[in-house]
Structure formats: structure tokens, C-alpha cells
Design a protein around this ligand. Structure first.
Ligand SMILES: Cc1cc2nc3c(=O)[nH]c(=O)nc-3n(C[C@H](O)[C@H](O)[C@H](O)COP(=O)(O)O)c2cc1C
Length: 220
């Protein structure tokens, strides 16, 4: 697969086959991504690969926290407190496109909630990964983490695997740190689910939109 194809063909996969991923494949993906650049080659990434019983325990703990109305307490604020344009409209469109693919009506709050809880089930993926960064690192290193994270997603494509980046699975970082035995010193950046895509599901068959190059690029 060439780079253009890998980047342009990546989508967030939200339905997976049960097919397990071998440790060899998972190791190869991370082995490729470790060649990501980072400021002064600090390589700030820490990854935990999660499968089986621990993954099930995470799902249970997340859903429990949600059902008990425990407020999410992520280690950082991903989104703005107040949405403004053009981000507000793009976010709205993103949700509309997703619910359309899932055949969920605008006012069907129950189905929307269930779809949202599917995040905590990692959309049925056999593997999920968690990405951590040492609290001593600055904002710049979060850049490096982003590049590493994207490279894991791209390297997975070489093996026919799909991924879904998931900020939602960092809603309860203390649960994750406890179950994965990660010291408090590490901030949880994001989760990433991975598996062989179930292409029969419409949710994997729609594409999100992008602005054209001219809309965000100036040439001087
Ligand atoms: C850091 C990050 C966190 C995300 N978190 C979630 C999430 O929690 N749940 C989800 O369904 N999608 C999540 N997404 C997927 C985005 O909605 C998706 O990337 C965007 O709509 C563009 O669609 P595409 O990935 O299919 O190109 C996340 C994406 C990124 C980059």
C-alpha cells in the first residue's frame, strides 16, 4: 500500500470482526510507528495493548461509571468549552453523518445513548490500545504523540486492519490507570481500537467530509 492510499483510505472503523490479531502483527505495527519523529528525539509515547479479560473489565467499569452518572474526568480538555463556527457546524455534521449511517433518528435519544456506549465496548474490536505521556512533558510533546498515534493507524492498514481513535475511552483515566497498572505520573492521551473491519456494516461504509485545500491554505 502506498502512503497516499494509506492516508486517504483510513477511516474510523466502528464495527469489527471477531478475528483476533496476532502478537506478531501488533508488534510489527508498533515497531513501524516508533520511527515517528519527536522533538529532540524524546519519543514520549507509552503504549498499553489491551485484549481479553482486561478489555472486558474496562468496558464493564466504563459502563458502570456512566450508568452511575460519574462525571468524566479526562486528564486534559480536548474540546472548547464553548463551540464557535466553523467548528460547531463541522461537529454537528459529523454527528449527523454518523447517526444516518447507524440509521438512528434525530430524536431517538435512547439509540443515540446506546451508540455512544458502544465506544466503551470498543465497537467490538478485539484489541484496544491506550496511549500515555509522562506528565513532565510539555505541550510540544503532545504533537509527537499525535504523529505516533496516526502512524499506528496507518501501519495497521498495511495489515488490512481498521482503527478507531477514541477520546471517549479516556473519559475515566483513573479507571484505566488502575486496571492497566499505569503510574499516576502518566497522563492518558487517548484510546485506539483495532481489528479487522466488518465491511458488511453501513457504519463502515460512509465517509466524513473535508474542506478543500483552498479553504484553509493561503499561498504567499
Ligand atoms: C483524537 C481523536 C479522538 C476521537 N474520539 C472518538 C470517539 O471517542 N468516538 C468516535 O466514535 N470517534 C472518535 N474519533 C473519530 C472522529 O470522529 C473522526 O476521526 C472524524 O469524524 C473523521 O472521520 P474519519 O476518521 O472517518 O476520517 C476521534 C478522532 C480523533 C482524531
Amino acid at each position: 500500500m502506498n502512503i497516499k492510499e494509506a492516508i486517504e483510505g483510513r477511516i474510523s472503523v466502528r464495527a469489527y470482526l471477531d478475528t483476533p490479531i496476532t502478537k506478531e502483527t501488533l508488534t510489527d505495527i508498533i515497531d513501524t510507528a516508533r520511527w515517528s519523529p519527536s522533538g529532540t528525539n524524546t519519543q514520549p509515547w507509552k503504549v498499553v495493548v489491551v485484549q481479553g479479560e482486561v478489555k472486558e473489565a474496562l468496558t464493564e467499569a466504563f459502563i458502570d461509571a456512566n450508568k452511575n452518572s460519574i462525571k468524566p474526568n479526562p486528564d486534559y480538555q480536548y474540546y472548547p468549552e464553548t463551540w464557535v463556527e466553523p467548528f460547531k457546524a463541522r461537529r454537528f455534521q459529523c454527528g449527523m453523518d454518523l447517526y444516518k449511517a447507524l440509521d438512528i433518528g434525530r430524536d431517538d435519544k435512547e439509540k443515540r445513548m446506546e451508540a455512544s456506549l458502544n465506544n466503551y465496548r470498543f465497537f467490538g474490536a478485539p484489541v484496544t490500545m491506550f496511549f500515555f505521556i509522562d506528565k513532565v512533558m510539555g505541550k510540544g510533546s503532545w504533537f509527537d504523540m499525535g504523529m505516533f498515534y496516526q502512524n499506528v493507524m496507518l501501519a495497521a492498514r498495511e495489515h488490512g486492519l481498521g482503527t478507531c481513535p477514541q477520546a471517549s475511552t479516556s473519559d475515566y483515566p483513573d479507571i484505566v490507570r488502575k486496571l492497566l497498572d499505569v503510574p499516576q505520573q502518566f497522563d492518558l492521551m487517548c484510546g485506539l481500537s483495532m481489528g479487522y473491519p466488518d465491511d458488511s456494516k453501513p457504519v463502515n461504509q460512509y465517509r466524513t467530509r473535508r474542506d478543500s485545500v483552498d479553504e484553509f491554505t493561503t499561498w504567499v
